[in-house]
Design a binder for this molecule. Structure first.
Ligand code: PEP
Ligand code: MN
Length: 337
C-alpha cells in the first residue's frame, strides 16, 4: 500500500501517521519529494483499513499494490489448482461439462434427464433441490426430497451430483453431494462461506449478481481461510443495464481470473443469458477464452419446467453442443475425461 501525503501537512502529522502504521506491525519506506511525501507500507497490509487511511486529513490518496486475497492469489501459488470431484478433475488442462435441470421436479424427471445427459456426454449431473427464487410464491424446490432424488439419479447413472446449498443448517443433507454449489445470491453470505470452508468437499462458488471479481475472490478467500481449498469458480453473468438478456456474460473475467488466481473457473451460459438459443454460442465462446468447463441447464420438456424453462435446452441440443466442444478442446489444449 502506498500513501501520498498532502503538501499542507506538517512533520508532526506525518510522524503521527507513521507511528500509527508501525503500531499495526508494519514498517515504512518514506520518500520525500519536492511537492509530496510518499509512504510505502511494508508487511502484511491486510490489517490496515484502506478507507480509514483515505479519510485521514493529511492523506492525498492511497493505492493498494497487493491484492487483499492471499490463498486464492496466483502470486503465492503459481501452479493451476486441480480440484478432484469424485474422480473428475477441474483445472489445469482438464475440461468438464455439468448438465441437468434447474430444479429436481420428480424422480422420473431427474432420472430421465440424467440418463439423457450422460448419453450426450455430460460428466456431472446438476439439479437444484433448494431453489433461491425471487418470489416466495414460486416453486421453492423439493428440498430434502430433491437431494434424495438426485442421489437416486446418481445411483442409476454413476454421475457425480452438483446441488446448491442455501443455509448453514442444511450442511448435513449435503454429505453425499459431490460438489456443493454456493449460488449467486449467497456469494456474500459470509456465515455460509465459513461453514462450507469447514466441509471436506469441493465447492462451486458462483459469482454474485452484481459483484466485482475482487469481491468474488474474497468470497473464495473466506472458504479457503477456513481450510477448504477445493474451490471451483463459476461465472454466470452479471446484472447490467441490458434488459434483453437475463444477465450479461462477463467473458473477460475468465482470462483475467486465470492471471489472478490458480483456482479453476467454469461458465454457466444458461443463467448468463436466460435464453436457450444463446446457450450454444456462449458455451463455445467460454471454451475459447479458456474456461475449465461448463454448467448447462438441460430439461426434457422446457415449456413445462418448474423453473427457468426459457433458458433450458433439450437433451438433443445439448448433445450437439458437447460434440462441438469436444472438437474445440484440442485447440485450447484441454482434455475431457
Ligand atoms: C442455479 O445454478 O440453479 C442458480 C440458481 O444459479 P445462480 O445462483 O447463478 O442464479
Ligand atoms: Mn436455474
Amino acid at each position: 500500500m502506498i500513501i501520498a501525503v498532502k503538501n499542507s501537512s506538517d512533520k508532526v502529522q506525518v510522524d503521527n501517521l507513521i507511528k500509527w502504521i508501525k503500531s499495526k506491525g508494519l514498517s515504512v519506506d518514506i520518500s520525500v519529494g519536492e511537492n509530496t511525501t510518499v509512504i510505502g507500507l511494508v508487511g502484511d497490509t491486510s490489517k490496515i483499513d484502506i478507507d480509514l487511511v483515505r479519510s485521514m486529513d493529511i492523506v492525498e490518496h492511497v493505492t493498494r499494490v497487493q491484492e487483499p486475497y492471499k490463498c486464492a492469489n496466483r502470486k503465492f501459488h503459481p501452479e493451476d489448482s486441480i480440484i478432484d470431484v469424485s474422480g473428475h478433475k477441474f483445472g489445469g488442462n482438464n475440461f468438464q461439462i455439468i448438465a441437468g435441470p434447474c430444479s429436481v421436479e420428480t424422480e422420473k424427471q431427474i432420472v430421465d434427464i440424467a440418463i439423457a445427459c450422460k448419453k450426450a456426454g455430460a460428466n456431472l449431473l446438476r439439479g437444484g433441490a433448494f431453489k433461491p427464487r425471487t418470489s416466495p410464491y414460486s416453486f421453492q424446490g423439493l428440498r430434502e426430497t430433491g437431494i434424495d432424488l438426485l442421489l437416486k439419479a446418481k445411483q442409476e447413472t454413476g454421475m457425480p451430483i452438483v446441488s446448491e446449498i442455501m443455509g448453514v443448517r442444511h450442511i448435513d443433507l449435503f454429505k453425499d453431494v459431490d460438489l456443493v454449489q454456493i449460488g449467486a445470491r449467497n456469494m456474500q453470505n459470509f456465515e455460509l462461506l465459513k461453514e462450507v470452508g469447514k466441509m471436506n468437499k469441493p465447492i462451486l462458488l458462483k459469482r454474485g449478481l452484481a459483484n466485482t471479481i475482487e469481491e468474488w475472490l474474497m468470497s473464495a478467500e473466506y472458504i479457503m481461510s477456513e481450510g477448504n481449498h477445493n474451490i471451483i469458480l463459476c461465472e454466470r453473468g452479471i446484472r447490467t443495464f441490458e434488459p434483453l438478456t437475463r444477465n450479461t456474460l462477463d467473458l473477460s473475467a475468465i482470462p483475467l481470473l486465470k492471471e489472478l488466481t490458480h483456482l479453476p473457473i467454469i461458465v454457466d451460459p444458461s443463467h448468463a443469458s436466460g435464453i436457450s438459443r444463446l446457450v450454444a454460442p456462449l458455451s463455445y465462446a467460454s471454451t475459447t477464452v479458456g474456461a475449465d468447463g461448463l454448467m448447462i441447464e438441460v430439461h426434457n420438456d422446457p415449456p413445462h419446467a418448474l423453473c427457468d424453462g426459457a433458458q433450458a435446452i433439450r437433451p438433443e441440443q445439448f448433445a450437439v453442443i458437447v460434440k462441438n466442444i469436444d472438437v474445440m478442446l484440442p485447440l485450447v489444449n484441454k482434455v475431457r475425461i
